[in-house]
Design a protein around this ligand. Sequence first.
Ligand SMILES: [Zn+2]
Length: 324
Amino acid sequence: MSEVPTVRGPVDTADLGPTYMHEHIFVLTADVQQNYPGEWGGEDERIADAVTKLSALAAQGVRTIVDPTVIGLGRCLPRIQRVAEQVPGLNIIVATGLYTYDSVPFFFHHRGPALGAEVPDPMVDMFTADITEGITGTGIRAGMLKCAIDEHGMTPGVERVMRAVAAAHHRTGVPVTVHTHPGTRTGLEVKRVLCDSAGVDPGRVVLGHSGDTTDCDHLAELADAGFMLGMDRFGINLATTFEARADTLVEMCRRGYAERMVLSQDASCYIDWIDPNVLPFLPQWHYLHIHDEVLPYAREHGVTEEQIAAMLTANPRRFFEKTG
Ligand SMILES: [Zn+2]
């Protein structure tokens, strides 16, 4: 028996149920919002909107989401706590870590290893405390570690964060999710630094956004290395199409990789990265898309109920259960 912390308290991994492994609630540029809150509007209004949207997701039978909103994405736990209290049918697992594609935030520029290779990185203690004590006095513990690597590759800042995430993982056993850019095969860089060098078992790592590529040979290579593949951007059909994303899932299931994939949409109730007038061009990007459109398509194309259950329920459960 194994427990995972959620916003409302620990949940047995056997009770996580169908789980979406990568859904945000609010993605905010914190200091822009603090100074220009006009578009965001009222706190109560945004929370009510999130409660409505997440309640609709829970009504589809999804029991748990992982919200990988960390430093760099505007994490604010008291706000998430208010939402979670009003959506009792949905467990929310929150994360710690840092999201950057290039350099570390200025806060870290002249601290830790920036002062000398032997000086410990304060990030490690920050991430660890979020996992063992709780986040900003809420008592809510993080159940996932998060970092990122994008098309800029393994910059010094990206590598520093990745090594701090690895250190916090070794102290706590909490699994890791990494934003990757599969088009430039950054999963192999994650393997090199996070796993081969820093010693994290690929079986405890989700390679996020793996579904952004249609290169099934590359995905198979990463799955064979032991990683969990995040097919987690269903509905973001800008550089790709609904069919291309869904067909990649179908093909990977056909090749026998249902045990190595988890599903999600990378959706949010509010994200300030995108002009609100542009969002109508992404009409399928919302919490209900997988259940309403992706799974019916997958079934029609030969994906079995057993494979769907593996991706939604068994794989997330196994992923959160500490294996050693
Ligand atoms: Zn995301």
